[in-house]
Design a protein. Sequence first.
Length: 419
Amino acid sequence: MKSGSLILVLASSLPLFAADKPDAENPFAAFAKDKAGANKAIAAAAAAAAAAIKGKPAKAKPDAAASAKAPAAKTKDAADKTGDDTKTDTTETANKAKDDDNIEMLSGDLIYGKIHKELPECIIMLLRKDQARIKVPREKIKALNYSMETRLSALDKDDMEGRYKVGLWAMEKNMYPEAIGLFEYLKKKTAEEKKEGVGPDLLKQLGKAYEQRGQLDKAYANYDEYLKGHPDDSEVAEAAKKLEAQVKPKEVEAAAEATVKIVDGLEADGNWQAETWANANPTTVTFTTDKQGNKMIAMQSVGGTKDKMAFSRYGQPLNLSDSTEMIFKAFNDSDKPVNLACAFVNAEGDFHESRFIRIMPKQWVKESVKIDAKTFKSNRNDFKEFNQEIKGREHIAKMTFMVYDQRPVKLFIDSLFFK
């Protein structure tokens, strides 16, 4: 855009500014009484907007005569010669993207400020903390770019999906500290408050953001947690391997020299099989191991019309007479939360089912079930209320996990113990 046409656009914004504010608040009202004052007001608005294009405040003029001469916007060639004042680096760009909206012009210029209104024929933009406003014709605009602040303020408090998308946008803009803050907030919300809507690769994105910031220990930790549910992601596996050598060199050397002792729970003991009940969707049960050799159960189902999937442990009966609690870890590799229940079958065939546990997606969670309380439903009360205790705990012939969902589900169970 030529500077002359820009000044014309900006000068046209003055009536809007004056109309939006009463005289007591309008800094140009004092100059609107005569022709010279009006000219000065036009020049001041133009100077503010021209400075906004470069992302800098306009310089104050020492006298009225100087004020009446609005400096023309610098061309790209001139800006390249002004040294440090006009250098653009990723940090400056990220800061502007965080705090200010901008209008990208067809000419290549960027006007920074706050987008106030979108009208059919133009965009109204606030400059210098609402000290001036301009109208920018639609036909001269290439794109509108909203800042991080504007994007977040437009979201509902519980819109986790929206915040996740803003985090991805921040990554694209090299705004890594801001992306980390958002992703850590979402990670906490999904873990503590069971919030939904977060993308399946949250931990992967968080690891990338930390890696870009040079926080390699945190990058590795998030990559490592992500890989437990996505062992086939070769890109992240390779990145984690390189980071591990930097973050934990002594541990890596020790692992190469000695075999790590793995303590498996009941997930690695007994015979785990998918149930083929008439009221359960088809399911497959396999075993997988992580890079340390830890064994875990992998249950997968394509879903169906039934309300659940189920898999059970057969084999040596369990004596749970001295146990009060079952603990385990679960990883739901589906896109949505699932409801998980467990059941215990005694020697007489009585079936005792626990209440649901809601397992959030894409993260390992530690869960527990009290087995010495009257919190089960059973065939003894026609499965009507959760007010039964487990009878015959000294001989549990079978224990079962049930996932209540009709959608495709992939679930991992690890570290299954009784205490």
